[in-house]
Design a binder for this molecule. Structure first.
Ligand code: SUG
Length: 444
């Protein structure tokens, strides 16, 4: 059956801020304590969604999480009224308060791993929310992520939802940021490519020394089992430990793939030549790999420009586009390299540049902001239609952002009880706009 790739972007939540929460993510660490602009962040994201929808891509949106997360703060012993919970946390444990205020669910590439129905034994689309267990502020996302995914992909005839894997380092799972699906036609069975940072139960295997490996092989294997994938159509690869130590905290910071094309850095994987050979063997003829050489693009340039955190899109006009952040244009080496790809005979025909600075300053580029779901016509028809971007929804979400979002948030604002009320009012209205029902703890 005909199918296509639908991108579901995360809407940036009203508490977007820079708290330096992600050890190993250089942008997050470098921008700690900067003043954030949640309104601008949300509008930058919406501009990208609308531009891709206008190019004929099917584009969806996923709602953000309820933050501050009073529910988690109460589990950690803060008590009294909601305002008291915030005041106590701000006084006794400001870092914990910051973790419970992060808008990090905007990076929906980490929301879940998705396997399209053409790849699974029961012919359903499988969803497993990522436990994100390596970072406390992200480990509290998966329950509500599961609610939002179920409200977006409701029909059990087409969609199978799993719980997140056990929340422990052995099964650390970062979702689609470490997963790529290759295929010749979207509706045909593809090859699912799982990239991990370390082996949890085999400590003899090399692993990064400086920064954490956020995904384990064992987590990737568990997802492949849950999603009923066949071994003959799965490839596992270990991220090179040295590049994790250089700030590549997810594979999507150093590689991107779509359809029959892998675009990656020369140093992305351990034993890269065997990884490429297995992909070529399992994909068969007509599989392309563009490997950026280190002497043209250093790992440092890749990390600072987010060249590989791009979206590789098959446009309806048959062209292949690379959606990149403005930071690529600002780096002369990266820009020269991109021009050589687009003007040469590579499969990439054009670049589309977006200003995503608010998200980039926390280590989130174009690819982090989207969750890909390959869907056929029947599956698109069975999904929640109120979540697809069109002129009307775009207009409505812009008005909603203007009505509810602040244009500056610093650490001191996180304890403001008014921010909690504003955020809940915004999300309550959003669940009506997107017809999600009650997905947040404050609504239950
Ligand atoms: O998990 N940053 C996110 C960025 C996620 C990017 N996603 C992908 N590469 N797919 C993270 O490290 C920073 C929050 C802060 O510091 O305030 C943060 O969570």
């Amino acid at each position: 059956m005909q199918a296509l790739e639908v991108n579901f972007d995360g809407l940036v939540g009203p508490t977007h801020n820079y708290a330096g929460l992600s050890f190993g993510n250089i942008a997050s660490q470098n921008n700690q304590a900067q003043v954030a602009n949640p309104r601008k962040a949300a509008l930058q994201g919406l501009t990208k969604m609308k531009a891709l929808a206008d190019m004929g891509m099917t584009q969806g949106v996923l709602a953000p999480q309820e933050r501050p997360d009073i529910h988690t703060l109460r589990k950690l012993g803060f008590s009294g009224t909601d305002a008291n919970v915030l005041a106590q946390a701000a006084k006794q444990a400001p870092q914990i308060l910051a973790t419970c205020c992060s808008a990090s669910s905007m990076w929906t590439a980490n929301a879940a791993t998705i396997s399209p129905s053409a790849d699974t034994a029961d012919n359903k689309i499988h969803f497993t929310p990522a436990n994100l267990s390596n970072k406390f502020h992200r480990s509290i996302e998966h329950a509500v992520t599961g609610n939002i995914l179920k409200a977006t992909f409701k029909d059990s005839q087409h969609f199978a939802h799993h719980d997140a894997l056990p929340s422990v380092d052995h099964f650390g799972d970062e979702g689609a940021a470490n997963h790529t699906r290759f295929c010749h036609q979207y509706g045909e069975r593809g090859v699912e490519f799982f990239v991990y940072g370390k082996e949890a139960f085999n400590t003899a295997q090399v692993a990064p020394q400086k920064y954490p490996a956020r995904q384990t092989l064992e987590a990737s294997q568990a997802i492949a089992r849950l999603h009923q994938l066949s071994d003959s159509h799965v490839v596992y690869a270990q991220q090179h430990p040295d590049i994790i130590d250089a700030g590549v905290f997810h594979n999507d910071v150093i590689a991107v793939g779509n359809a029959n094309l892998l675009f990656c850095h020369q140093q992305a994987f351990l034993q890269q030549s065997s990884v490429k050979a297995e992909l070529l063997q399992k994909m068969g003829d007509n599989f392309h790999i563009i490997e950026a050489p280190t002497d043209l693009i250093s790992v440092e340039d890749a990390v600072s420009s987010y060249l590989f955190n791009s979206q590789l899109l098959s446009l309806p006009n048959g062209k292949t586009a690379l959606v990149i952040p403005q930071e690529c244009e600002n780096n002369p080496r990266v820009w020269r390299y991109l021009e050589s790809l687009v003007n040469g005979d590579s499969p990439i025909d054009q670049t589309l540049v977006f200003d995503l600075k608010q998200s980039m300053s926390n280590g989130g580029g174009p690819a982090c902001l989207r969750l890909r779901v390959v869907m056929n016509e029947a599956e698109i028809a069975a999904a929640n239609q109120a979540t697809f971007i069109n002129d009307r929804l775009y207009g409505r979400l812009n008005t909603w952002v203007a009505a509810h979002y602040r244009d500056r948030i610093s650490e001191a604002d996180l304890a403001d009880p008014q921010l909690l009320l504003e955020s809940r009012a915004a999300l309550d209205e959003l669940t009506q706009i997107l017809q999600l029902g009650s997905v947040y703890p404050f609504q239950q």
